[in-house]
Ligand binder design. Sequence first.
Ligand code: F6R
Length: 364
Amino acid sequence: EKGNYRHFMQKEIFEQPTVVAQTLHSYLRPVEQQVALPQIDFDISAIDRVTIVACGTSYYAGMVAKYWFERFARVPVDIDFASEFRYREPVLPEGGLALFISQSGETADTLAALRHCREQGQVIAAVVNVPTSSMAREADLLLPTHAGPEIGVASTKAFTCQLAVLAALAAHFAVKKGRLSRAEEAKIVDHLLEAPACLNAALDHDDDIAAMAHLIAPARDVLYLGRGADFPLALEGALKLKEISYIHAEGYASGEMKHGPIALIDEEVPVIVLAPSGPLFEKTVSNMQEVQARGGKVVLISDAEGIAQAGEDCMATIQMPTVHPLIAPLVYAVPVQLLAYHVAVLKGTDVDQPRNLAKSVTVE
Ligand code: F6R
């Protein structure tokens, strides 16, 4: 079943262009350049607050979605870990939209939060990869990801498919709220349709990433930095590395470094910086220089322009294709997945079945 791949995780990373295209196919009309969501029997334009609840990698997809919903649809978004959500006694507006994101559709904390929201009169939407799952059955609005079965315990292709659905949902929201013109919607659709080719271009750097993994494998701690919608990717990169290589890793919002974590920096702590060129690039680079000034060793993941501008003093660079900021979170998922994968292979861990973890967490 693994075909030419050594691990399911590796196979699933490489499936992303195909499964993201499949997923987008059911949410976009390429010819009309329109977003097309499943038929819904409530007025989405009436919703003026969204509550997102999920765990782990699915939670990070939700964090990216918060940036998109707020930027495009101007709808305020609350997001919480499912395990925290119910116990903080959240204030939920009557008729608000509660959005659950889950690969398995069975995660106990997320499912409990879904049932709680139903009791609180929320409209329930679920982005789920397993169509027969409890969450899929219990949602008012089911938004399936078409990633196919994910076998590797560390989630990869489900994440990028979740992002694809959430981007389409954000655009749909924005259209219904009158925040996007037809021309702007068409542009967003075109950018999303570019994602599979950009994912392929990112995967082309697999060999470069494999070749530099030995710089990370000996580390005891690794930090990841990102800004804006790429900040959740820093968290995701750190989670992937922890899960499968057992190296301690943390993700931070680039600008938060100087408020504490920078105390950790020395030559022994590699810092992975996710910085596509664009409006936030300069700021992230200055955070990166703060790290370098303290002897920190940086791996810069950026595009050709970003690397030309800021790659010189880095320990290594990983070049990504030049992409529209909307799809950067999908594309930058690839290098962080591959880096974790190759480091884990070097360390000889059980990549598909990491210790202490299960594919579906059905206890609270
Ligand atoms: C990370 C990972 C976990 C899951 C989390 C939620 O690689 O796989 O963090 O993302 O347990 O699982 P789902 O999405 O099935 O609700």
